[in-house]
Structures are given as structure tokens and as C-alpha cells.
Design a protein around this ligand. Structure first.
Ligand SMILES: *Cc1c(COP(=O)(O)O)cnc(C)c1O
Length: 225
């Protein structure tokens, strides 16, 4: 199916989810995750009207950058190895995966100006998931103050791989509560307004629970079905 057609379906679902909880559609930024697909397919997404693309490996981002350059806003959504920071730092609008001091230090060192970062939180506690453990997240965020080139724009999580709605909801709610707690501190280096949560199988629930950025791959740009 063409991306435009898939986009229509996704937009309809976003509208429905927003309506359910009385939110405005423009409060939710749609990021097309292009990590599984070709540069051509990513280009098709841009032509369909999508402005934000997400990649989880530096190779994937750089390959598509060759062609697409800064036409889209690039979101780095994957685990980021410290030595790869310099490859992507000047190309991305947001880094969604800040989860440790060594990474903060490297971003701070390599940045030419403020970098918008989201702190990735492992809400579910699953060992396979990256991100800072939920219990440690607040202290971690507060400890980012000395890094003058890092702006903590919000929080990101990956929900557990399940269709169990209460489990998903609880995960998103926890992240939202943490976001609100950080916001209440009024830290100048951590405005923390964004909630990056929700993927192909759970974005409607994420929107209902307050997501401001959803990261959709398969359901939006997947080349099958
Ligand atoms: C792959 C990926 C997504 C998109 O996943 P889909 O299930 O294909 O929508 C979202 N966020 C992150 C961090 C990813 O790695």
C-alpha cells in the first residue's frame, strides 16, 4: 500500500484517539520510523506530507541523509553508541535515547549549540529494553544540569511488547506522571514538555495517555499489508 493511503488511515486513528480524550490533533507529532525501509520509501513518506523521520542506527540515518538531507526533521530513536554521536549530531532535530552520563558528556562535547534530547526511560523494567531504570530517572535528569548543550525536552519510552491494554496504559501513565513531576521543578535545562511514546501497535493508547510524539514504522511505511 502507498504511504499516502496508510497515512490517511493513521491520521484517522490519531483523530479518533484525540477526540476520545478531548485533545487537539496538532498536539501529536507523527514520526515515520523508516529504519526498515528504503530511501525511496522514506522519500515517498515526505511526498505524502510527513515532515519527521526516525532512524535507530547511524548507518541508516546517514544513508538516507545522502539523498534527503535536511528536508525532514530527523529523530534519532535508537540506542546511541558514544562513538557514533559525532556522525549524527549535526543532522538530528531530536535525540530520543539519552540514557547515561557517558552519552550526555559526548553529546555535550560534540554539539554546536543546544541539542534537544529526550531521556529514554525503561518504565517496564524489562531487561531487554534500553533506557534508564524508572526509579533512577529523576536523579539522572537533575544531574544533567552541567551539560550546557543539552536541553531535556521530554521523556521517551518503549512499552512492553504486549496487546494487554492495562499494561500498556499503566506504562504510559507512569511516564506521563514522571514528565509532570519534572515539569513541576521548572528546571531551565529541562522544560520536559514532550512525551515520545506509542508505536504501530499501541499509539492510540499512547495518545489517550498524553503522547506528544508517536513513532510509527510498520503501520505507516511498512511495505507489506
Ligand atoms: C522500530 C521502532 C519504532 C517503530 O516500530 P513499529 O512497531 O514498526 O511502529 C518506534 N520506536 C523505536 C525506538 C523503534 O526502534
Amino acid at each position: 500500500m502507498k504511504v499516502v493511503e496508510k497515512l490517511k488511515q493513521i491520521n484517522k486513528q490519531i483523530d479518533e484517539a484525540c477526540l476520545t480524550v478531548d485533545r487537539k490533533t496538532d498536539e501529536v507529532k507523527l514520526i515515520a520510523v523508516t529504519k526498515y525501509v528504503s530511501t525511496e520509501r522514506a522519500m515517498e513518506a515526505l511526498e505524502a506530507g510527513i515532515n519527521d523521520l526516525g532512524e535507530n542506527r547511524d548507518e541508516g540515518l546517514l544513508e538516507k541523509w545522502e539523498v534527503l538531507q535536511d528536508k525532514p526533521n530527523w529523530h534519532y530513536i535508537g540506542t546511541l553508541q558514544t562513538r557514533k554521536v559525532k556522525n549524527i549530531i549535526d543532522k538530528v532535530s531530536y535525540i530520543h535515547s539519552l540514557d547515561r552520563h557517558s552519552l550526555a558528556e559526548e553529546i555535550n562535547k560534540r554539539a554546536n549549540g543546544k541539542i534537544k534530547c529526550l531521556v529514554q526511560v525503561n518504565v517496564s523494567g524489562e531487561e531487554s529494553k534500553h533506557g534508564i531504570p524508572f526509579e533512577d530517572a529523576m536523579a539522572f535528569i537533575e544531574s544533567l544540569r552541567p551539560y550546557e548543550n543539552i536541553s531535556v525536552e521530554g521523556l521517551m519510552t518503549m512499552a512492553p511488547l504486549t496487546n494487554d491494554e492495562p499494561i500498556l496504559r499503566a506504562c504510559f501513565q507512569k511516564l506521563r506522571e514522571l514528565r509532570d513531576q519534572v515539569q513541576d521543578l521548572h528546571l531551565d535545562f529541562a522544560p520536559c514538555t514532550e512525551l515520545s511514546m506509542g508505536m504501530s501497535n499501541d499509539f492510540k493508547i499512547a495518545i489517550e495517555e498524553g503522547a506528544t510524539m508517536i513513532r510509527i514504522g510498520t503501520a505507516l511505511v511498512g511495505e507489506d499489508g
